[in-house]
Design a binder for this molecule. Structure first.
Ligand SMILES: Nc1ncnc2c1ncn2[C@@H]1O[C@H](COP(=O)(O)OP(=O)(O)O)[C@@H](O)[C@H]1O
Ligand SMILES: [Mg+2]
Length: 513
């Protein structure tokens, strides 16, 4: 089947002539970056070099077990079963096949000629292999001008095939990397959106004028880099506000670094803030400090009222000169850091007592945000309570719960010394402990219930007439009993020592539904 016509001397001179062309092709190959352009260049040159009529490159689709044309000289797209034809045989056996007359070969797949209208005569096909030696496609030349392809042609085509396979593999790798990079970028954007969403001002809940003005202030100060002092009792949302300021600012994608000043012993504060140089004598490793860590971003100094006077002086210097110096270091490093500070102490009083520097105080409170204690904004309690109830039910995969009107009344009357944090903890506790769907007064923590009982009774006594107070108390007791008995009138009447009709009459009088 394979016809080899050659004389050795003729052969050598032929190769010698072709060598410069091959070198030129190789140079072009190295210069060409676009895969499609590169492959058609190689195909064109192969055709010319081997005096063929045309050439094509097929890739093997391993999943579908099909060969598809990545390059054909007249641009037609071909796809066929990889187990068919002489091309298929070269791909499946990973062997070079050289055929003088295709129509004489039983493996020949005539349908392609029938479809394209081309008349195939001689064929030379070499497999394309990746660096692991797996076949990834074929490279073939068709119809040598006068007769059959030679052994030289085989060698030339094999050499070119290595380049083709390399180029394809590299391009596929680059493509994969690009895709991977795009996926990572997409993921990253998604994550940033999530982070920014989590800390947006929309998550600072409250319709009270106090909370609304805090939200407005955050939006106003976010985009400048002014220092902000946030004051308020523990649990009022100071850290929440600090994060909202950072993630709403142009510094959002740079670090938010928090330092709890109350938690760091005085002796370590300096190295914590400014870092430490590697100590040759002491064996201390070099460590960067919070200022450097927050460079370009925001440093949140929590509980700043607990800072020692020595540390206050050092921070003041950074704020004045915008440079930092490592402990044990001589070099100064410039720092672009926005400072947000928070405290639950009355800094004016601390200044009077000589515990806090006045100059630092004024540097920190360019803008002052005062968080109201929860007891001053009882109108926000239902919103917050329901929000936390839902949030924790969802997190713990429990069915949603509701607060009875009596339970809500209790929550609104309680003084909440631990503020929003305490309210959140109470709701978390209720999600864990109550099995019923409606949460009533009895489900609440004892302190919250007790305060209410005393408060309502005490609240009734001094200002009203005895008759009013008794009526108020009666109404309250009926409401409570109704809730306890889940609105069952017969049981409620029994619990209160009334007839059912007596209960209904009283409910009407007090407007209880
Ligand atoms: N207005 C608010 N809306 C929603 N959640 C709040 C609000 N205020 C506080 N919280 C939540 O209460 C908890 C305590 O807030 P935090 O910022 O740590 O208080 P602080 O720093 O003042 O002690 C956090 O879980 C916070 O998300
Ligand atoms: Mg805090």
């Amino acid at each position: 089947m394979r016809s080899i016509k050659r004389s050795i001397s003729h052969q050598q001179s032929q190769l010698g002539e072709k060598l410069p062309t091959i070198l030129k092709i190789c140079q072009k190959i190295n210069a060409e970056r676009d895969l499609a352009a590169l492959l058609s260049l190689i195909a064109r040159e192969a055709t010319r070099l081997m005096e063929a009529d045309r050439s094509s490159i097929f890739l093997l689709d391993r999943e579908k077990l099909e060969l598809w044309s990545i390059v054909t000289l007249n641009g037609e797209q071909i796809r066929f079963d990889a187990r068919l034809g002489i091309t298929g045989a070269a791909a499946m056996t990973a062997q070079t096949i050289n055929v003088e007359d295709a129509y004489e070969d039983p493996r020949f797949y005539k349908k392609i000629d029938a479809r394209t209208g081309y008349r195939t005569r001689s064929m030379l096909i070499v497999p394309l292999r990746n660096h692991e030696g797996e076949v990834i496609g074929t490279f073939q030349v068709l119809n040598k001008k006068d007769g059959a392809f030679t052994i030289d042609d085989e060698e030339i085509l094999q050499a070119l095939a290595t380049h083709v396979a390399n180029a394809i593999e590299t391009a596929q790798l680059v493509e994969e990397l690009k895709l991977h990079r795009e996926q990572l970028l997409e993921e990253n954007t998604q994550l940033w959106k999530e982070v920014e969403g989590r800390f947006s001002t929309q998550n600072i809940l409250g319709t009270s004028p106090q909370i609304q003005s805090v939200v407005r202030l955050i939006e106003e100060v976010s985009d400048s880099s002014v220092n902000v002092l946030i004051t308020g009792e523990s649990g009022t949302g100071k850290e929440l506000v600090a994060k909202a300021i950072h993630y709403n600012s142009s510094r959002a994608r740079n670090p938010f670094v928090a330092l709890n000043c109350a938690a760091v012993p005085e002796s370590l504060m300096e190295s914590e803030l400014f870092g430490i140089e590697k100590g040759v004598a002491t064996g201390v490793e070099r460590r960067i400090g919070k200022f450097e860590e927050a460079n370009g971003g925001t440093l949140f100094l929590d509980e700043i009222g607990d800072l020692s006077l020595g540390a206050q002086a050092k921070i003041l210097r950074v704020l004045q000169e915008r440079v930092i110096e490592h402990v044990g270091g001589r070099k100064e490093i410039s720092a672009d850091v926005r400072i947000l500070a928070a405290t639950n102490k009355d800094l004016d009083a601390e200044i009077k007592k000589g515990n806090f520097r006045k100059d630092l105080y004024y540097r920190l409170k360019v803008v002052l945000i005062e968080m109201p204690p929860l007891r001053e904004i009882p109108e926000d309690i239902p919103l917050l309570a329901n929000y936390f109830l839902n949030k924790h039910s969802q997190e713990m995969k429990k069915e949603p719960k509701k607060l009875s009107p009596g339970a809500l009344r209790c929550l609104m009357n309680y003084a909440w010394p631990g503020n929003v944090r305490e309210l959140e903890n109470e709701m978390k506790r209720l999600v864990v402990l109550t099995t019923r769907r409606v949460i009533t007064e009895e489900d609440l923590s004892e302190v919250i219930r007790n305060i209410n009982n005393k408060k309502t009774l005490l609240g009734l006594m001094p200002t009203r007439s005895l008759k009013d107070a008794v009526e108020e108390l009666e109404k309250h007791l009926i409401q409570e009993a109704l809730e306890r008995c889940r609105e069952n009138q017969r049981q409620t009447a029994k619990a209160l020592g009334l007839s059912r009709w007596g209960l209904i009459k009283k409910m009407k009088r007090y407007g209880i539904k």
